[in-house]
Every structure is written in structure tokens, then in C-alpha cells.
Design a protein around this ligand. Structure first.
Ligand SMILES: [Zn+2]
Length: 362
């Protein structure tokens, strides 16, 4: 009997080794949209907010663009790339109406602890604010950048000016273009123009620039340097929400969807990215729903703002579209999943959440 068990065990092990697929992903682009609620992602614009003049400048214009009685049409109007290309060729997790649950494990439900959890795969109770303090933890970006095979092949672009600290750019050596920074080095014509107009277009915020700058700087970098791992952090959605501007929050969500479409269209039409690039898209936290103005905010006092979502599209992820089969995932699983797509075993010194095996090679 013991013998039989051993034989079965050996058979199982060799089967699982054989079943381990070799991955086609050579490049990963990790993308975050700051504080975009799963509610808008999965059901589009919110009726109670879209017509409220406290939150919307011109409700008729906004409704014309984003409203439909049917939530399935509404969400396509808001985020057409998600609900055409990713819904057909990738996967979208986090629709709680179908029992697909994605949550934070940190107990703060705001940005720095969230980005730390995304990028390191674990929580750190020392990170209790959004202050510009160098992250004591090594992110998956830093870890991968430290491997000989990936050296100088990791970069980050962000709208929020705290990212050089979250990524600890000094120690990590990962180049971070964040906040109101210009492109540096050998510039393309595009970068020169972006550098010229960025200070000419005043941002409504002192610590966050418009996402168009982040996006186009990142695209130029992508084209020039072909990084193996690129992180792009869009920020407008959260800031417009804090400002109570539901119209701008929706406009920004739609624009970021268009930016991601740009990225995907570009990678799928350029070697060496074509059919060799995985996009992983998520958010740092959710937002509230009740009382009515809770959508503006998040944090532990705002119920539900630990509820998030993620999406994956790439050559190693079998298309399943919107996940309707339930399941529970956590923000702390993203870092290890990013690494796994690149064939790297990252454990965050044993603290990182498990890789999301369901999306890798299956
Ligand atoms: Zn916020």
C-alpha cells in the first residue's frame, strides 16, 4: 500500500511538472487606476450620482455620454476597452454581484498602504500615511530590477508624486517619472513637447499631474527601451472623486480605459511585445457607497472601500471574460503574480500573498 502511494505520488509529481506550461509572456505592464470603484467598472455610471447637480456640472451632457437603463450597456459606454477586448480576450475579477471578491488585506484603505501591498505583496503596519517616506520594503519592481536578467529593464510612471518614495527609487535603481517630473536623457520629439507643455497646463492638484502626461511619457519609454516590466499608475479618478466631481471621475475613467486600449493596441502591433505581453490592471482601494456622498471618499471609516477588482489580458491567460464563478482574491497576490508571468519566483521574503495561479497558463 505504501508502495502504491509512492508510485501515485511520483506519477502526480511528474504529471504536474509536465503540465507546467512554459509561458509566452516576456513583458508585463502593471497598470493601476487610483480609487476606481468596482461599482462603476461592472455597472457603469451610478444613477443616483449622474443626475445630481451637487456632483455634476451638466447632467444632460454626462447622461448623453454615459447613461443607459441597462447596466451591461452602461459599463460598455464607460469603459469600452474593458468590456470589449478584455471581456473577450482576458479576465475581469471583482464583480461582487457574481460572488467574485477581491479585497485589500491592509487595514488602512488608502493609497500608500495599498500601493505598498500591490507592489510588495504584503502589508506593513509602519506605513500608516501618504507621507513622502522611503519605503523600507523591497517592491517586486526593485526585486526584479535586481536580477541580472532584468537589470535596467524595469521602470515606473505615475501621476502621483509620492511614487518615488513608494518605489524607493534611490535604493531600488528603478527609474520613476512621477508627479510633475519631465522626461530626461536622450529625448524624442514627443518627450520634448511633453516637457514643454507640462508646466503650461496647470493641474488642479499640487501632488498629482494629469494622467495624459503620465501616459504619453510611459508610451515613449516603452517604445525607446522595451522594458520587461513597466508600471503605470494613473491618478485622476481618485482626485476628481475627492473633489466631488462625479462628471470628471467618469470622464477620467473613460479616458484611462482609452489609454489602456492605446497600450494594448500598440503592444499587439509591435515586436517584441506582440503576443508576448501581459497586462495586469487593478486599483489601490475602493470607495464608499452609503451615505450618498461616501463615493467621494475611502478609508476604514468608509464601508466597502476595501473592495477592489483586477483584470488580466495576455498570451498566457485563457480568456474567460468577466468572472462569474465566485472566488476570493486579495491585493497582496498581485506582486507575486507579476513576477510569475516573467518566470520569476518572488516571495517578498516569504510574506507575499500567493500568485494567482488561475490566470497563469490556464
Ligand atoms: Zn484618495
Amino acid at each position: 500500500m505504501k508502495h502504491l502511494t509512492a508510485i501515485i505520488l511520483v506519477a502526480l509529481i511528474s504529471w504536474s511538472v509536465q503540465a507546467q506550461p512554459s509561458l509566452r509572456t516576456e513583458h508585463v505592464i502593471l497598470i493601476t487606476l487610483d480609487g476606481l470603484r468596482w461599482q462603476e467598472l461592472f455597472t457603469g455610471a451610478d444613477l443616483s450620482l449622474i443626475g445630481d447637480e451637487d456632483f455634476v456640472g451638466e447632467p444632460d451632457i454626462l447622461k448623453h455620454r454615459f447613461w443607459n437603463e441597462d447596466a451591461m450597456i452602461r459599463r460598455i459606454r464607460l469603459m469600452p476597452f474593458f468590456w470589449s477586448v478584455i471581456a473577450e480576450e482576458g479576465r475581469i475579477y471583482g464583480n461582487r454581484a457574481h460572488g467574485s471578491l477581491v479585497n485589500l488585506t491592509n487595514n488602512f484603505w488608502f493609497s500608500y498602504p495599498g500601493y505598498n501591498e500591490i507592489l510588495t505583496g504584503f502589508i506593513d503596519d509602519r506605513i500608516t500615511s501618504n507621507d513622502k517616506v522611503d519605503n523600507p520594503n523591497v517592491t517586486v519592481l526593485e526585486y526584479i530590477n535586481g536580477l541580472p536578467e532584468f537589470r535596467n529593464s524595469v521602470a515606473a510612471f505615475a501621476s502621483w508624486d509620492v511614487f518615488p518614495y513608494i518605489i524607493n527609487e534611490q535604493r531600488s535603481g528603478v527609474p520613476v517619472n512621477a508627479g510633475f517630473r519631465s522626461a530626461e536623457g536622450d529625448l524624442t520629439d514627443h518627450e520634448r513637447f511633453l516637457n514643454e507643455i507640462q508646466p503650461q497646463i496647470p493641474s488642479p492638484w499640487t501632488t498629482v499631474r494629469f494622467d495624459a502626461f503620465t501616459h504619453h511619457y510611459a508610451m515613449e519609454y516603452l517604445e525607446k527601451y522595451a522594458p520587461r516590466l513597466l508600471y503605470i499608475s494613473y491618478g485622476e479618478t481618485d482626485d476628481f472623486a475627492h473633489d466631488g466631481k462625479y462628471d470628471q471621475y467618469l470622464n477620467s475613467a473613460a479616458q484611462t480605459d482609452a489609454f489602456i486600449n492605446d497600450i494594448w493596441t500598440w503592444v499587439q502591433s509591435h515586436a517584441p511585445y506582440r503576443n508576448a505581453t501581459t497586462l495586469i490592471i487593478t486599483t489601490d482601494h475602493g470607495r464608499g457607497t452609503q451615505p450618498k456622498d461616501a463615493w467621494k471618499s475611502h478609508g476604514t471609516e468608509i464601508n466597502g472601500s476595501d473592495q477592489i477588482w483586477f483584470a488580466v489580458i495576455g498570451p498566457d491567460t485563457t480568456p474567460m471574460g468577466e468572472i462569474k464563478t465566485g472566488g476570493q482574491y486579495y491585493q497582496n497576490q498581485i506582486a507575486r503574480t507579476v513576477a510569475a508571468f516573467l518566470g520569476v519566483e518572488y516571495t517578498g521574503e516569504g510574506k507575499a500573498g500567493e500568485a494567482i495561479e488561475q490566470v497563469i497558463g490556464k
